[in-house]
Design a protein around this ligand. Sequence first.
Ligand code: SF4
Length: 261
Amino acid sequence: MTAQEKSLLYNLLNKADCLFSGKVSSDFQHIDFENDNDSVVEQNNVQAQAGVAETKGSPHAEAEAEIKKIALSVAQCNKCILSKTRTNTVPGIGKIPPIVLVIGEGPGADEDRTGEPFVGKAGQLLDKMLAAIQLSREDNCFIANIVKCRPPANRTPLPEEAQACANFLQAQIDVLKPKMILAVGNTALHNLLDTTAGIKKLHGKFFNYQGIPLLATFHPSALLRDESLKRPAWEDLKLFRSKLLEIVPDYQSSYLNGGSD
Ligand code: SF4
C-alpha cells in the first residue's frame, strides 16, 4: 500500500470515528505514512505495464511510457514539505510529444483536487490564450508546472521546493523535446532562467533555454486580477506564434480545436 493510500484510509477511519464517538479530528495524532516497498514495486510494474499496453501501436509509445513513469515517481515523491499537504500530485498533461511546452508555477486548489494542471478559471483563460494561436493541450501542447504539489494557500513555491522538484520538470523536457517553451508568470521565469528580474521587465523577449526558444508572458491568474495586462499578453502571444511559424511552419495543421488526431 502506498503512503497516499494509507493516509486516505486513516483519514476516512478518523472521520467515521468522529461521527460515532463525538471526537474532533484534532484528537487524532498526525502520522507520516511510508510506502510499503513491495507495493511500490508492484504499483511500478502495474503502472509501467499499463502505460506500455495503453500506448501499444502508438509511434510515440516510448515517450508516453516515460512520461507516465515520471508521473508515477512524482506521485510517490516526498522530497519537500509540499508532499504533506497535497491531495493529489499534478505532474502535467498534454500531447506527447508536444510542439510547445507550457510551464506555470504550481497547482492551485482545483488542480490539487483533480490532479490536472490549469483547470480552474486561470486554466480556462490559459486554454483561450493558447487557442488564439492555434495551440491546445489536446492537440499540440503539454502543460506542466515548476512544482508538482500545491503550496498551502496558493503561496509562491519556496526556492528549496522548486529546487527539490526541478528534476521532474527536467526529465519531462528531456523526454518531450518541445520545439518552444512558453513560461507563464514570475515563478516559471525565475526558476527557468535563474533571474530575479520581474515578468513585467522580461515578458515578450526570447531566451535560449537548453537550446529551446523560450518566451515568458503573464500568468493567466495575473490577467484575471489586472485587465490591463491582457493587451501586452496578447502581443507576447503573437510574437510566440511568429517564432513558432518559423520553426514549425505547418504547426497550425496540428490544431484540431481540442479534437483528437
Ligand atoms: S513539490 Fe515536487 S519535490 Fe515537492 S513533494 Fe511534490 S513532487 Fe516532490
